[in-house]
Design a protein around this ligand. Structure first.
Ligand SMILES: Nc1ncnc2c1ncn2[C@@H]1O[C@H](COP(=O)(O)OP(=O)(O)OP(=O)(O)O)[C@@H](O)[C@H]1O
Length: 577
């Protein structure tokens, strides 16, 4: 549709008014010569296109005005396709411009002598009318565009809020419901023709909570129509004044479920995923399996990278809480002033930098799940008091809030520090220590796990070969000896990174010492690689391999020793070297 046609009703008003003043007939055609509006009553005149090569046509082509006093004889009209039937006694064509473009023509035509006389008399003033006419039409078109844009934006917004998987309720300053989306209508059985007031929809407690924060913050979870919602209110501010509020209703269980889902996807770790056969690891594994079933607090001791979080996840996944959330918080990695809000959440605006909506803390998110507090030895003293109180009373209060919230997460904590020493030196509260240390589990460092280094190395080799699409299936004997002799201060994490590196850079079909040395060369001590040490390490790995094959009891070990042609005493001595 041409631009002029899109404003035809407005144009009709204009030409009616013009005709009343000028007493001449007025026609407006668009750039295709289609008549958009006309005051000419004759059906034939008003319905057909303006003729080709007419003054209208030329006006569109040139953008010039044409005043034709004697249409029948004028040179201009000679080629006009309508010249034979033309009934006009005089004609004046003014181009209509919009953004410097000719989008049509306004034509004034007289069909009787009185009108002709009128037009002639006012010729000068009509000639000056062009720019005002264009201005008028530009204004109408711009307004039309704005309205169109607003209509588009509003249906765009409506489509957007209706496609959300959260509920939206918009209320005005009087707290009347103005707009709702499809989701909340369905979940709360709302009828758009008979909306309750927001106060009737929410519980009194939640309504008052939102009111107390000026409908600019979070409330809930609240059960509405059987669903638990967390409500986030935000003001709609127009030129500095509050015109209403948008309330976002999020399904609390879905929020929890999404954390669960990401946990599940990330690593559904079970005890079967804990690789290793050394006695200290098996011992820790046995204890963890035993304690997993009940809700006792577990404190896992171990150096960095020994698998404390892996154990915590395996315990959670073997417990009755496995279908609830598991969350980890590294108490040593979070600035002291943020730990409390991370653990307990905060109300809107409780501190500089706090989100305007407030935030749920980890305690609340995994209130029925497991909270893993890593590096618990780094928890600031004041937070130890608060944590102890939360565990004792099974409730928390958000930072900046006053309402107690019931929570009951299982706590698994971990540390690489000697907590009882910290307690002796008054650096860790004893009451919290006893609460957390119900079942202590000690994870051995890799250097005390003997042949596990090789088992883990092979496990990671297989894992990364698949990931990097490499056909590397084993290590050379020298590479295994090198691994057995290295001390791995970063434990399993370091070993894992080392094997990943070696898989990426190895060009042969077996991982050799070169790829490994490239990574640990700087950290490893030269003497580790003296021939005597390498031989010892190799002997040990061969013996451990046999033990793995025959078993760990005395009879099996005797059999292994016989196979290797050494006495049982030599076997033990070589294992201890
Ligand atoms: N028994 C295991 N079998 C396989 N992989 C393991 C095992 N234990 C740990 N890992 C891997 O080693 C890395 C370190 O493990 P994790 O993060 O659990 O250690 P951590 O003791 O919690 O470390 P930190 O004290 O630094 O937080 C991870 O990549 C983990 O997947």
């Amino acid at each position: 549709m041409s631009r002029l046609k899109s404003i035809s009703s407005e144009l009709l008003h204009i030409i009616d008014a013009l005709q009343a003043v000028t007493n001449v007939d007025i026609t407006i055609v668009d750039e295709h010569l289609d008549r958009v509006v006309t005051t000419v009553k004759s059906n034939i005149e008003s319905s057909r296109k303006a003729p080709v090569n007419s003054a209208f046509h030329k006006c569109i082509l040139t953008g010039e005005q044409y005043f034709i006093e004697n249409p029948k004889e004028n040179q201009m009209c000679l080629n006009c396709t309508n010249s034979a039937d033309c009934k006009e006694l005089i004609e004046f064509c003014i181009p209509i411009k919009y953004n410097d473009e000719i989008i049509g023509v306004l034509g004034m035509c007289a069909y009787d002598e009185v009108a002709r006389h009128n037009l002639l008399l006012n010729k000068e003033s009509y000639m000056n009318f062009e720019s005002r006419l264009s201005d008028l039409i530009s204004t109408i078109l711009s307004e039309k565009n704005t309205v169109k844009m607003l209509e588009y934006r509003s249906s765009e917004l409506l489509t957007l809020i209706n496609s959300l998987n959260d509920g939206i309720i918009v209320i005005n300053d009087n707290k009347d419901i103005i707009t709702t989306n499809k989701y909340i209508n369905e979940k709360l059985n709302l009828n758009i023709n008979n909306m309750p007031r927001i106060r009737e929809l929410l519980t009194e407690k939640v309504y008052n909570k939102l009111l107390s924060v000026g409908f600019n913050g979070e409330a809930g979870p609240v059960k509405l129509n059987g669903i638990e919602f967390v409500i986030n209110a935000n003001p709609i501010v127009v030129k500095g004044s509050n015109e209403g509020f948008v309330l976002l209703f999020s399904d609390f269980n879905k929020m929890k479920e999404s954390v669960l889902e990401s946990n599940r996807k990330k690593d559904l770790i079970t005890f079967d995923d804990i690789v290793g056969e050394s006695e200290p690891l098996l011992q820790a594994r046995r204890e963890a399996i035993q304690v997993a079933e009940n809700d006792a607090s577990v404190l896992i001791y171990g150096e960095t990278g020994t698998g404390k979080e892996v154990f915590a996840r395996a315990i959670h996944n073997a417990s009755s809480r496995k279908n609830n959330v598991f969350m980890a918080l590294n108490c040593g990695a979070i600035p002291e002033n943020l730990i409390e809000s991370e653990l307990f959440g905060y109300e809107k605006g409780s501190f500089t930098g706090a989100k305007t909506t407030g935030k749920i803390g980890k305690f609340e998110i995994c209130k029925d799940g497991t909270l893993f507090l890593d590096e618990i030895g780094d928890l600031p003293f004041l937070m130890q008091v608060k944590l102890n109180r939360a565990l004792e009373e099974k409730e928390i209060i958000r930072v900046g809030g006053s309402i107690p919230i019931k929570v009951n997460p299982r706590i698994i904590s971990a540390t690489h520090k000697n907590l009882s020493l910290l307690v002796d030196n008054n650096l860790f509260r004893d009451d919290l220590y006893y609460r957390l240390n119900v079942v202590p589990i000690h994870l051995p460092p890799l250097r005390e796990r003997g042949y596990d280094v090789i088992i883990l190395s092979r496990y990671f080799l297989h894992h990364f070969s698949k990931i990097y699409n490499k056909d590397i299936k084993e290590f050379t004997a020298e590479a295994e000896i090198l691994l057995l002799n290295y001390k791995f201060p970063g434990n399993i994490r370091e070993l894992r990174n080392l094997i990943e590196y070696a898989v990426i850079f190895e060009e042969n079909s077996m991982i050799g010492t070169e790829s490994i040395k490239k990574k640990i060369g700087a950290d490893s001590k030269e003497e580790n690689f003296k021939l005597a040490d390498l031989t010892k390490g190799y002997e040990k790995s061969v013996i451990l391999n046999k033990i793995k094959m025959y078993g760990n009891d005395l009879e099996a070990k005797k059999k292994a020793a016989k196979q290797l042609g050494i006495s049982i005493a030599t076997l033990y001595r070589k294992l201890e070297e």
